[in-house]
Design a protein around this ligand. Structure first.
Ligand SMILES: Nc1nc2c(ncn2[C@@H]2O[C@H](COP(=O)(O)OP(=O)(O)OP(=O)(O)O)[C@@H](O)[C@H]2O)c(=O)[nH]1
Ligand SMILES: [Mg+2]
Length: 343
């Protein structure tokens, strides 16, 4: 009997000590990311998936745990038409619902594609209204494609504002992503972006909230993400004999954001996923490889999970926090030329 009560108590404590997580996708791209995770991956264990948009038609086809129509009065369900001011106003109008739906969260991810009206204007307003709740605020955003150069200025402005309101903003440059993915047509490249952001959020979250090969501790995540500004991410996947070394190398080499100096990163998060055949040795090797390539001061956090679907393969994700990116520091014309030259 006593034992029963003990184990019930233990379970209740475990539930209480697990962080509550909310993922809020803002605007068309943000909602597509949430929808991808919900539909293709069956959601995120321990997380509430929220889709928020000013566009009622788009919202009606999105899969999520909760959906929020932003700015019903101000935009009448018709989108923000590329104007961040409208997105901003819409978010202010609906902020109470956003607060209600994310209440009690310890980690909040705000996912968005920068460059349009809703995501660019609403995401920082949402982050601003939630940051005093004590939650760890993590923005996950994409930068516009080179063909969308006219959107750079609003994307830059939106990113600066979001950076002020979040602990960390993970930035993915769509142009780099498209290159890594092998120069796909736009629609498919967007799909790859959704998948990458989705995998990032799901992978990190579940390595905290569910029993994993090596769990990531919420406190450790906080230590490298809290008040850190910009983060870059790199991914690598491989199979065969030297799969870990090759996946780690790709993840380090192919950062999806143009950053100033990787060796100046404050923290690094290493996330390894493999099929049932992955060994602890391989995970340790990944950690050592990454640590060796960074200054000894960098704080390293790692976690590993098994995904039976990855039989024979390993996937490594390396997140560098506290970095500087040229998109924010260089003159826009220069960045446009830089990106254009690459694409
Ligand atoms: N990852 C991803 N990015 C997208 C997708 N669609 C568009 N984007 C990118 O996100 C940027 C913003 O586009 P949307 O999300 O459609 O814009 P919005 O926030 O809904 O803004 P409005 O439509 O003006 O209200 C675009 O410039 C693209 O770079 C998508 O499905 N997935
Ligand atoms: Mg839209």
């Amino acid at each position: 009997m006593d034992e029963m009560i003990e184990s019930e108590k233990l379970e209740a404590m475990m539930r209480a000590s697990k962080p509550q997580v909310s993922v809020i996708g803002v605007g068309g791209a943000g909602c597509n990311i949430v929808s991808w995770v919900k539909q293709k991956k069956g959601g995120v264990s321990g997380a509430n998936l929220i889709a928020a948009n000013t566009d009622a038609t788009h919202l009606s086809i999105v899969k999520a745990d909760r959906r929020i129509l932003l700015g019903e009065k101000s935009t009448r369900g018709m989108g923000a038409g590329g104007y961040p001011k409208r997105g901003e106003e819409a978010a202010r109008e609906s902020i109470e619902q956003v607060k209600r739906d994310t209440k009690g969260s310890n980690i909040v991810y705000v996912a968005t594609g920068l460059g349009g009206g809703t995501g660019t204007g609403a995401s920082w307003v949402i982050a601003n209204s939630l940051k005093n709740t004590g939650a760890l605020m993590i923005g996950v955003v994409t930068l516009p494609f080179a063909v969308e150069r006219f959107r750079y200025n609003s994307a830059k402005d939106g990113l600066l504002k979001l950076k002020n309101e979040c602990d960390t903003v993970v930035v993915i440059d769509n142009n780099r992503l498209a290159k890594v993915a092998g120069d796909l047509p736009l629609k498919e490249a967007l799909g790859v972006a959704n998948e990458l952001v989705g995998e990032f959020v799901k992978g990190i979250t579940e390595t905290i909230t569910t029993a994993s090969l090596i769990n990531i501790d919420f406190a450790d995540l906080r230590a490298i993400m809290e008040k850190r500004g910009i983060a870059a991410i790199g991914v690598g996947e491989s199979s065969g004999e030297k799969r870990i070394a090759s996946a780690v190398q790709t993840a380090l080499d192919a950062q999806l954001l143009d950053i100033k100096d990787a060796t100046k990163a404050f923290g690094v998060l290493i996330h390894v996923v493999g099929g049932e055949d992955i060994t602890l040795d391989e995970v340790t090797q990944a950690g050592e490889m990454v640590t060796r390539s960074l200054p000894s001061k960098a704080r390293v956090v790692w976690g590993a999970r098994v995904d039976p679907a990855l039989q024979g393969r390993v996937r490594v994700m390396v997140v560098l926090t506290g970095v500087e990116c040229s998109f924010l520091t260089e003159k826009q014309g220069a960045v446009a030329r830089l990106i254009h030259a690459r694409s």
